[in-house]
Design a binder for this molecule. Structure first.
Ligand SMILES: *Cc1c(COP(=O)(O)O)cnc(C)c1O
Length: 357
């Protein structure tokens, strides 16, 4: 059997969820969209269900997958519905629903629903992606109330630059939000993972941690709260071939690496078809047989090469950690010019093995 695996530590997932609650002192919706950032939404949600205040997903398809698995906790649709016809299912399955655009508000006014809806009314406080314009916010709130179709409204917004700890944008967004919500007596939700970890002064009755649940930092710099996260995924495989090269020999496609000295090269059963980033360059950290070494040459579809010159004890069958508790996914991501969010979401073909139930 091909040895490539992603081990998922559910104990670490629970630790990170509790940390989000502890740091924020708020209720926390565990964000499990995109199959829990590649970690398996159903298994992750089941592991958190007894303690989570609820979950958040991107769309009704993802929400129904959780309901089909027996998850009874609240599930928020972060983009609401894409067509008014989804409203019947939203009511039937007791899903919570973001309203981010006026067309959604109108659809709610015009559609008969069997049960009152839980709405999260989203303000565009400066990110300019989705969310209502501040000038429309009060009126939208009043219209939702007047529609008679709404049981509860939570006021929300989303930060564009909370991962930049020195950017003033986050405080400006908070000010825009506070001004827009003046006079509206409802709970609010502002903070995502970087908000929870890096912006403790920002009020938020509900927080929406995503990446931090999986134990990866959203910051490019070291940060004290993020240092308390526990990595959940270990992407591992084994050495399947070893060769000794003299100085001056190329390795892999495009000969992007040439041995600068006699080099012992190990081949690992892991490639970009598994989601390992093809743009990870020579020098990207990897752990072989418990020792830190580096990737060499181009990543290919099913294999990649590592330098074993300083790991003489490693041979065929030696375990390799591509990322996990020894090599951080965020470090691999940074080397590859991307973010841990993307390398987790790109994971495919690799079986997921769960532990720490
Ligand atoms: C994805 C998402 C989150 C979670 O963001 P993280 O940075 O992963 O914590 C929170 N809120 C909204 C609206 C989202 O779309």
């Amino acid at each position: 059997m091909r040895p490539a695996r992603a081990l998922i530590d559910l104990q670490a997932l629970r630790h990170n969820y509790r940390l989000a609650r502890e740091l924020s002192g708020a209720k926390a919706l565990a964000v499990v969209k995109a199959d829990a950032y590649g970690h398996g939404a159903v298994r992750c949600a089941l592991a958190l269900e007894t303690e989570a205040d609820g979950f958040a997903v991107a769309c009704i398809e993802e929400a129904l997958e959780l309901r089909a698995a027996g998850i009874k906790a609240p599930v928020l649709l972060l983009e609401g519905f894409f067509e008014a016809s989804e409203l019947a299912l939203i009511a039937e399955h007791d899903l919570w629903c973001v309203v981010h655009s006026l067309w959604q508000l109108e659809a709610i006014e015009q559609t008969a629903v069997r049960k009152p809806l839980n709405i999260w009314l989203k303000l565009d406080s400066g990110m300019h992606r989705v969310g209502l314009h501040p000038k429309d916010y009060h009126e939208a709130y009043q219209r939702l109330l007047a529609s008679g179709k709404v049981a509860r409204i939570v006021l929300m917004t989303h930060f564009a630059r909370a991962d930049e700890l020195d950017a003033s944008t986050t405080e400006q967004q908070v000010a825009v939000f506070q001004a827009a919500r003046q006079g509206l007596a409802a709970e609010c939700s502002l903070r995502n993972s970087p908000g929870v970890l890096g912006w403790p002064q920002v009020p938020s009755d509900w927080v929406r941690p995503g990446i931090m649940l999986y134990g990866a930092t959203p910051f490019e710099v070291e940060q004290a709260a993020a240092a308390r996260l526990q990595p959940v995924m270990t992407l591992q495989s084994r050495i399947i071939s070893v060769r000794e090269l003299p100085t001056g020999e190329p390795v892999g496609y495009g000969a992007k690496f040439t041995s600068p000295r006699p080099t012992r090269v190990g081949v690992v059963a892991m490639g970009y078809a598994d989601g390992y980033p093809r743009h990870a360059p020579t020098g990207t950290p990897v752990v072989v047989a418990g020792k830190r070494t580096q990737l060499i040459g181009r990543v290919s579809m099913d294999m990649l090469c590592v330098d074993l010159t300083e790991v003489p004890e490693a041979g065929i069958g030696s375990p390799v950690e591509l990322w996990g508790k020894q090599v951080l996914a965020s470090d691999v991501a940074q080397q590859a010019g991307t973010i841990p969010y993307q390398i987790f979401c790109n994971l495919r073909r690799v079986p997921l093995d769960y532990y720490g139930e």
